[in-house]
Design a binder for this molecule. Structure first.
Ligand SMILES: [Zn+2]
Length: 87
C-alpha cells in the first residue's frame, strides 16, 4: 500500500542534522517570546522558569493570558501617566 505523507520530511531531517532555525514569531511580554523554526515550523516558547519549551496548546493559552495582562498593564500605566500630566 502506498502511503502519501504531507510532512516536510527533508526539512525535519535537516533540523535533526543541523539543528532548528528558530526565529521569534511573537513577543508575548518583555520576558516571554514564541519562536518558530523556519524549516519545520516547530514552535517553542519561554516558560515560567525562563527556559525554552515546546509550544503546546496549554502554553499557547498561558501566553495569550500573559499577553493580555501585559498589554493591559502597559496600557494602564500609559493612561495613568497621561492623566497625571493633566492634573
Ligand atoms: Zn526545525
Amino acid at each position: 500500500m502506498k502511503k502519501t505523507s504531507n510532512a516536510p520530511a527533508p526539512m525535519k531531517l535537516y533540523c535533526n542534522l543541523f539543528g532548528h532555525n528558530y526565529q521569534v514569531s511573537k513577543k508575548v511580554t518583555s520576558h516571554v517570546k514564541e519562536y518558530t523554526c523556519k524549516c519545520c515550523k516547530k514552535q517553542l516558547t519561554t516558560n515560567s522558569n525562563g527556559a525554552l519549551t515546546e509550544l503546546t496548546p496549554k502554553f499557547k493559552e498561558i501566553n495569550s493570558i500573559l499577553e493580555e495582562m501585559y498589554l493591559r498593564r502597559t496600557h494602564r500605566s500609559r493612561e495613568k501617566a497621561l492623566s497625571s500630566s493633566i492634573y
